[in-house]
Write a protein that binds this ligand. Structure first.
Ligand code: G1P
Length: 300
């Protein structure tokens, strides 16, 4: 059966985005017109995912409300003839099943994924981090390609990677150790290291928030001890799967599949500007505004 189940961890505290995230999840921050997590769900649905299991946490219930049907709002828009706004809620009726469970302790990404085990059982599944958008307006089909590679290679772990233009950024990500020289966009994964120092990084390929796993990841996660930052790291469990002979495949994001990491203000601001500039209604006006503003600020 084709893989149609994704686990979406959204339990992180978003501390790098305070105070914006004090009383709302970072996954609900708007990027252009939509909250981050709406792009993630659309992207997954476009890749054939039909069941989404969110790993939420305290203070994250607005994510559940968002994907629910808001009858009061619908009735209000309908009775006041606001058809255009009503169309914005069409996603509420997507043919997707949503489920939610909570990570009740902040023990890291690996722990968040482990919480899905009683619900997922022994079947392959996707993991998509809820704070990362891939491709403008969720256009990326990276997960579909990953599922294909998973099946073709009979793999245990498939990971999407972003090539970092600034090698100093490896310290923020899981980093790939490819096997041999990389010739195409897909390569065999020999190992992974979480947030290495610049001189320890085996490549400039950063784990880009999309994974496909066989259930063997759970066997390793259950035994994974706290690693970097005192947290149970998903990367450490992947590394163990590979060390025990599991097959790992890496796929590079294409040039037209930028990754937007909504985990810090710098990349959040950039993502917002990119999406707002691409807005069919307001993009051109914003561009004129920015051009004016920036040229006015140039030193004379
Ligand atoms: C997590 C993972 C890391 C990955 C990153 C992608 O880190 O641990 O391997 O590269 O997500 O966004 P975090 O951003 O939670 O620190």
């Amino acid at each position: 059966m084709a893989i149609d189940l994704a686990v979406i961890p959204v339990a992180g505290l978003g501390t790098r985005l305070l105070p914006a995230t004090k009383s709302q999840p970072k996954e609900m921050l708007p990027v252009g017109r939509r909250p981050v997590v709406q792009y993630v769900v659309e992207e997954l649905a476009n890749s054939g995912v039909k069941r989404m299991l969110f790993i939420t946490g305290y203070g994250k219930s607005s994510i559940e409300d968002f994907f629910d049907v808001n009858h009061q709002l619908i009735n209000n828009l309908r009775s006041t003839g606001k058809e255009e706004q009503l169309a914005e809620l069409a996603f509420e009726r997507n043919e997707v099943e949503y489920a939610y469970t909570r990570q009740r302790e902040q023990l890291g990404l690996g722990h968040a994924v482990l919480i899905s085990e009683p619900f997922v059982g022994r079947q392959p599944f996707v993991v998509a981090l809820g704070d990362s958008i891939i491709g403008m307006n969720a256009q990326s089909r990276i997960v579909e390609r990953m599922i294909e590679e998973y099946e073709r290679n009979n793999a245990d772990v498939v990971v999407a990677f972003e090539e970092l233009s600034d090698p100093a950024e490896v310290v923020h990500y899981g980093v790939a150790q490819p096997r041999g020289t990389i010739t195409g966009d897909t390569f065999e994964l020999a190992g992974l290291i979480e947030k290495p120092a610049v001189d320890e990084a085996p490549s400039n390929l950063a784990v880009a928030a999309r994974y496909v796993f066989s259930p063997s990841i759970y066997d390793e996660l259950r035994q994974t001890e706290r690693g970097k930052g005192g947290e149970i790291q998903l990367t450490d469990a992947m590394q163990k799967v590979l060390q025990k002979g599991g097959k790992g495949i890496g796929i590079r994001l294409a040039k037209n599949e930028p990754r937007f990491d909504i985990g810090n203000f710098e990349s959040y601001f950039q993502a917002f500007v990119d999406f707002a500039l691409a807005d069919p209604q307001f993009g051109d006006g914003l561009e004129r505004y920015l051009r004016d503003k920036l040229s006015l600020n140039l030193p004379t």
